[in-house]
Design a protein around this ligand. Structure first.
Ligand code: PLP
Length: 477
């Protein structure tokens, strides 16, 4: 006699799974028919959902129908080729399928022994990426360092700051806490996750110095050096610097080599945040963005931004894995096992904040194998070309101007007639649903940002975006 069960059988799973994959493929085919930015009002999605959970299970078909009917209107279509906002969060067929397999296996890879393949594939794929991106050999697991997949760049920054804090205090802050003397440095343009890391790591926001930038929004190394000297003179303890390769506002690239030399001189932990732009280094012609990274103690980029790997997937490397492990390792009795004791394996739980971890390397492995280096380079190059073409149109237009250099795939531009007209253009375009743009402020002026990085963005999408921007501008005259 069978035990009573509410579970989905493998046969049912197969049937519904096919329907879900069909639904996703259909979604991909019709994605351009949806308004890119969701048009719902606050509370509208919840108001359409039943107040109470179902007492009895429902047929799977009803669930999928409700995704279409109730959820889709509240989706902002990040995977639309007309998505130019923020930085991209792109996905791809191999990424989605790798993620599905990870869910299907349902493993939790906190220790090598809890799924050796989860650890070893991750180490291997992160080693592959070192030469793919022109990163220093010290980041290889066969050297003193190694790489790990984190959920986000924010988590990577926090781990880097913690390791920098511990190294500067001879690993005593973990025991005693911080005494308010430790100082970290970033630029005024650094992503806010660094300030958050200073809050969480116990340094305090006021001890995160935001160093001024030059006319291209890149950190001024001489200002950094001056600030470090002043802090030392005041009896404070500098411990950490973050340099950014591709800032969020304007894609500025900090002078990593000069910053690195200052860090070496003062023995400060240098973290390089290349969240989106690191992907560009897949192409030899853009690899100069990594000049100086050999001086870094840690580095990260997000394949979940621009390398066709579904969210979430952040790759984080350190040059000296011992410093990171000593910072984050704690071994309760219930996690002890022979493999760990042997010292022959990596236990990634010691490389990040949380204990449990998903099999994220599977989707990254699928992406790299599906595209090959050549395929990845092709699409990255194309995105950069399209952004550069857009920048040229802006340069030639009498009503618009560029607001920052365009090193890669982000164009910061504005209508010359001030903030109100730019705000109006952006709001109307976003309301139209035809495309989605976001803004920043540069030198106090509202600036529009157009980032080309969605997986399927092609020339026609960028051309049409420029036409629509100009049409809206003409309407505002
Ligand atoms: C330069 C930079 N660093 C960090 C982040 C934060 O990324 P995440 O969402 O992975 O924490 C971003 C996000 O856009 C970013 O642009």
């Amino acid at each position: 006699m069978h035990e009573k069960s509410f579970h989905m059988t493998p046969e049912e799973f197969r049937r519904h799974g096919h329907a879900v994959v069909d639904w996703i493929a259909d979604y991909q085919s019709r994605i351009e028919s949806f308004p890119v930015l969701s048009q719902v009002k606050p509370g509208e999605i919840r108001a359409a959902l039943p107040e109470h959970p179902p007492a009895k299970g429902e047929p799977f078909e009803a669930l999928l129908k409700d995704v279409e009917r109730l959820i889709l209107p509240g989706v902002t279509h990040w995977q639309s080729p007309n998505f130019f906002a923020y930085f991209p969060c792109n996905a791809s067929g191999p990424g989605i399928l790798g993620d599905l397999l990870s869910s299907g296996l349902g493993i939790q890879g906190m220790l090598w022994s809890t799924s050796p393949a989860c650890t070893e594939l991750e180490t291997h794929v992160l080693d592959w990426l070192v030469p793919m991106l022109g990163l220093p050999e010290t980041f290889l697991s066969s050297s003193t360092g190694g790489g790990v997949i984190q959920d986000t760049a924010s988590s990577a920054a926090l781990c880097a700051l913690l390791a920098g804090r511990e190294r500067a205090t001879n690993y005593t802050s973990n025991q005693k806490g911080c005494d308010g003397h430790l100082i970290a440095y970033a630029s005024t343009q650094t992503h806010s996750s660094l300030e958050k890391a200073a809050m969480i790591a116990g340094l305090g926001r006021a001890n995160m110095r935001l160093i001024e930038v030059d006319e291209n929004f890149a950190m001024r190394p001489e200002a950094l050096a001056r600030q470090i000297e002043a802090d030392k003179l005041a009896g404070l303890v500098p411990c950490f610097v973050c340099a950014t390769v591709g800032t969020t506002s304007s894609n500025a690239i900090d002078p990593v080599a000069e910053i690195g030399r200052i860090c070496r001189q003062h023995n400060l932990w240098l973290h390089v945040d290349a969240a989106m732009s690191g992907t560009a280094a897949l192409c030899p012609e853009f690899r100069h963005i990594h000049d100086g990274v050999e001086l870094a103690d840690s580095y990260n980029f997000n394949p979940h931004k621009w390398m066709f790997t579904n969210f979430d997937c952040n790759c984080f490397w350190v040059a000296d894995r011992k410093a990171l492990i000593q910072t984050l390792s704690i071994l309760p009795e219930y996690l002890r096992n022979q493999a760990t004791e042997s010292g022959a394996v990596i236990d990634y739980r010691d490389w990040h904040i949380q204990l449990g971890r998903r099999f994220r390397s599977l989707k990254l492995w699928f992406v790299i194998r599906h595209y090959g280096v050549e395929g990845l380079q092709h699409h990255i190059r194309r995105h950069v070309q399209l952004a550069q073409q857009f920048a040229n149109w802006v340069r030639k237009d009498e009503h618009f101007e560029l607001a920052a250099p365009v090193p890669l795939n982000l164009v910061c531009f504005r209508h010359k007639r001030g903030d109100a007209i730019n705000q109006g253009i952006m709001d109307r375009l976003n309301r139209s649903g035809h495309l989605f743009l976001t803004h920043t402020k540069l030198n106090g002026k509202l600036t529009l940002r157009l980032c080309v990085g969605q997986t399927n963005t092609q020339a026609r999408h960028v051309e049409r975006a420029w036409e629509r921007i100009r049409e809206e501008a003409a309407r505002s005259q």
